[in-house]
Structures are given as structure tokens and as C-alpha cells.
Design a protein around this ligand. Sequence first.
Ligand SMILES: [Mg+2]
Length: 415
Amino acid sequence: MKRPKITDVRATTIALPLEAPLRHSNGAHWGRFVRTIVEVDTDIGVTGLGEMGGGGESAEAAFRALKSYLVGHDPFELEAMRFKITNPTASLYNNRTQLHAALEFACIDIVGKVLNIPAYDLLGGKLRDTIPFASYLFFRLPNQENGQGEVRTADQLVEHALALKKQHGFQAHKLKGGVFPPDYELEAFHALAHAVGSDPVRYDPNGALSVEDAIRFGRGIENLKNDYFEDPTWGLNGMRRVRANVKIPLATNTVVINFEQLAANILNPAVDVILLDTTFWGGIRPCIKAAGVCETFQLGISVHSSGELGVQLASMLHMGAVIPNLVFTADAHYHHLMDDIILGGPMKYQDGAIQVPTGPGLGVELDRDKLGQYADYYKSTGGYPYDRDPARPGWFSLVPNTRWADPADSRPVKY
Ligand SMILES: [Mg+2]
């Protein structure tokens, strides 16, 4: 077998419409996801696919800048690439962890295609054929085109959750909070939990609550069937104080997102469940390594979603397939998207789960027409500030936050 060498790194920014803008504690996804699709070419004609988000902005220029580091590199040499791109002392000026993740997906895709095996077979072999997902519910602004999709009241939240459960078969439900005053969200979360019956629930305000509000909220939901209480407050010490005062496991995708933080959390526990994100951790393999540490210390594992189209989703599915200690449903924003850029159209949920792709590499291919269509859409709509709210011009969040959105405000918003 001739070992491949990387010849080019290409990146295309696309924007893909969401059903409606998704609100979170720091702002919103303004009615579309901006993603950078990466293609890594080799001298044997095999191309690998990667994907990265970027808070509403293009990452094309950052990938272009890495081309000189990668031309001539053998994509089988994944550990060498880690140090070429993300040596922890060499990359202090320009943290490249998330860029590395997209390149790692692409190299794993190349290796799988060269060997004609799915990525999961490179990564230890799959333990499951499908990955179950939670419904991942957001408070949403109405779509500016048709006025549809608003989720602001408890009734709207329940209606939305039940519709998603019916459509996709979700059997666990996550509410992204941190938007409205905590007491308002507490009531909405209770309404959700009661509406979904025996399905487990999870609440995640992205660390926006003060420690005291988080303890009060946590005690107010202790009687529900919680998977966990996700990032109720900010910081390992804040989480530790909440954990000491609330009888629900704490989870995070904000304060344990690298190995040093994982070590700190093991030496002085603040969090019980680690949400692994193939982008935040720098790739699929670092997530699998972290899952191994968690297995040793018996911490729980779940899968975080930083927003995904089919390529990123494939990375999450392959990771989920090989991790033994994945006992919670995964998160994905995927069902809020109107389309995808992979051949065959968006992957389908069945009974709340998505099939792990079985083709060579990541098992997904680009639909060139769709890629072109949504690259044009990005060119006409541009980026947006993910950490601002189109409904509240001039607003920005504090930590802990005290400047909540007004639940009575139902004015239409242009974004
Ligand atoms: Mg989270």
C-alpha cells in the first residue's frame, strides 16, 4: 500500500438555515448555522472531510494558514499531527485545538477510505449500531420569514417537545436555559418534565446562574427524573459548591474540556458527568482517551453538541459507537436544521437514535450542489455574533447573569 501524503487543505464556509433562532444564555444562533467544511486532499486521490463551527463566523482563513504545516504529512500519523498543530507550549499564541479537530476528522476519514474500513473500526470497533439522542429543546425566537417556531412560554415548550418526540421518537429531553429569569425557567422545566412522563430530562443554562440561584434551582428539580444538572453555574469551584448542596449529578461541557481540567476534577471533584465534544477536545481520539480516564475513575460520559452538519455528526456517531461507558443519550442540534450538505440528505432519527455510518472512513460524502447552494447562502447572509441576541440590541451577558430576557416580550425580531 502506498502511504498517502497531504497535498492540499481546502475550506468552504456555508450557512444552513434553522427552523427558528435558538436562544442561549449568551445570545442566539441567528436563524442559521455558519460552519466551515474542510477537505484534505492527498496524492493518491483520496480526500478526507472535516467540519468546524465558529460562533457564527467563517474559519476558512485559519485553515488556509495551516496548509504549509500539512502539505507532505502522512494522514496515518495522527499523533505527529497533534504535535505539529497543537503542541501545548508552541500554540500558546494561537490555540488551534478546534482547527486540529476538523483536520483529525479528515485524516481519520482518509485512513478509513484507504483501508476500506469505517472509522469506528480504526478506533477500537463499535459497541453499538445506533446512538440515542436527547430532544435538545431551546427557547426560540419566531422565524423572521413566516413568524413560526417561537418557544417562549411553558405551553409552547411542551408542545414543541411533544411534537419532536412524535416526529423523531426522542426518549430523553434537554432544555437549554439561561435565557429568562430562573423562576420562569424552573416552572417551564417542571411543565416539560411532567409532559414527557417517564422520559428523563436535563437542564443546561450554560453556567449563567449564580451559585445560590443554581442551588435553589437544583433543589427545586430534585424530585424530577434528571439525567444530570448541566453547567448550572460557572467555574470548577462554583460547580463544587453546587454539587455539595444539590442531590443531582452535575455535568459539564464548559469547565472540563481538556485533560488538565479533567485531572483537576479527579483530584478535587466538581463534576460527575463529562460531556465530550469532538471539536472542543480537539478530535475524536482525544475524546476516546478522555472517556478512558473517565472509565477508570467511574465518571459518567455524555456527548456534547457544538452544532453540527453531517460531517461533524459522523464524528460524534463514530465516537459514541466505540465508547463503552456512554450511558446517557447524546446531544445534537441537528433536528433544528432545515437541510444538510451530505449526499442522501439529512441523517434520520429512528426511535430517537441515529445509525452509525458504516461506509469507509466517516461514511459520509459531500453533496456538491448543496455545498454550493449553502456557500452562496453564506455569501449573501454573512456571519453573525453568536454571543449577542438579535432581540436585545446592545445587551451582553454577565457571569453570573442577572440581565434576563423578558418572557412577556413577543415582538417579532429581524436578524
Ligand atoms: Mg451544555
